[in-house]
Design a binder for this molecule. Structure first.
Ligand SMILES: Nc1ncnc2c1ncn2[C@@H]1O[C@H](COP(=O)(O)OP(=O)(O)OP(=O)(O)O)[C@@H](O)[C@H]1O
Ligand SMILES: [Mg+2]
Length: 321
């Protein structure tokens, strides 16, 4: 079957990403295709996403986005792609992932052997965005096998009769990871591997930390509008306090924590707090109850006690016992 590849179109970057025209051009497609992510209307494009937007507007060099877990790396790339009607072909790295998982493999279809393309080959053929999540979990030798593709070379598929797939001019490559590929300074991202320097040298790098407080407040407003504004704002303050303690920048308690508050956890906490609201009638504090289910149960008993102590200080009425 012949793939129908839609024609690219130029968008005004400002109009697409912030709603006001900027005169700067970004390329995408006129209509979404079957592989275009669904746009989330309440997705918040905050300051920290600027680098990735600029990358989308620039030459098609590969991009490596790194940052702590749950900071929004994968979703940012997909939501930006959604606004540009870009097809996204996604895969998540792991230690046993091999090149054929990216390129494709022979399979039996209707009694005959047929080649099934993998996400990398499809993105290269169809002018899509190849999103390789957790690239730092790959075996460095496997990842280094991508060097030619990252340089813009065609992909050779020996299993498919030596087919040569030339990169479509709209093909883009994005990797995400929790480390910068050099080392895991925190020791928390088990399984990450130091990657080959020649591989890393081919990427444009971008660090995506947790969003600024105003941005996280906007996130909570759309995720849990039922919570009072004051509570939402204290939740963000609380998350930032926990992040500081996690990094060892001790606050008044002086206790370092081994768990931290990702944006993912913060959103989960807010949604659970809404869901457990009826417990208030039974004398249970929904915020404290939701906190354990969002994060506390992952911590040691000592840290969990510290999490609640800090919560009592940040939310004197809401969590007091
Ligand atoms: N700006 C945002 N607007 C709306 N939701 C967001 C935003 N940033 C993050 N989220 C939500 O937070 C969750 C975590 O985001 P995501 O999966 O993109 O993080 P990640 O950085 O890729 O994490 P990991 O390193 O664990 O893969 C998702 O549910 C996502 O929708
Ligand atoms: Mg991710």
């Amino acid at each position: 079957m012949q793939d129908i590849i839609p024609a690219p179109v130029d968008f005004d970057a400002g109009a697409v990403f912030s709603g006001s025209p900027s005169g700067r051009i970004v390329r995408g497609y006129e209509n979404p295709g079957p592989h275009t992510p669904v746009p989330e209307s309440d997705y918040v494009f905050h300051e920290a996403s600027r680098d990735v937007v600029v990358w989308f507007m620039a030459e098609a060099e590969p991009l490596y986005v790194f940052g702590p877990t749950g900071s929004g790396k994968t979703s940012l790339v997909k939501q930006l792609a959604a606004r540009l009607n870009y097809p996204v072909f996604e895969i998540t790295g792991h230690a046993r992932l091999e090149f054929p998982d990216l390129v494709g493999h022979l399979t039996v279809r209707g009694g005959t052997m047929a080649f099934e393309y993998g996400p990398l080959a499809l993105a290269m053929k169809q002018g899509g965005l190849f999103l390789l999540n957790e690239i730092d979990l790959l075996e460095p030798a496997t990842a280094a096998g991508l060097n030619g593709i990252l340089d813009g070379s065609p992909l050779c598929i020996p299993e498919n009769g030596g087919e040569l797939v030339a990169p479509h001019p709209m093909f883009r490559f994005v990797a995400t990871a929790n480390t910068n590929g050099g080392s895991d300074e925190t020791g928390l991202y088990q399984g990450t591997l130091r990657q080959n320097l020649a591989l890393l040298d081919r990427f444009w790098l971008c660090e995506l930390g947790y969003p600024a407080p105003e941005a996280e407040q906007r996130l909570l407003e759309s995720a849990a509008p039922q919570l009072p504004e004051d509570v939402r704002s204290r939740m963000v303050d609380y998350a930032n306090e926990i992040r500081r303690l996690f990094l060892g920048e001790s606050g008044s308690e002086g206790q370092a924590l081994e768990v931290t508050f990702s944006t993912r956890t913060l959103l989960r906490w807010a949604r659970l707090a809404v869901r457990f609201q009826p417990l208030a009638l039974q004398g249970v504090q929904p915020l404290a109850y939701a906190l354990d289910r969002a994060l506390g149960f992952k911590a040691t008993r000592e840290s969990r006690a510290a999490l609640h102590e800090i919560a009592q200080r940040v939310f004197p009425q809401a969590t007091g016992d």
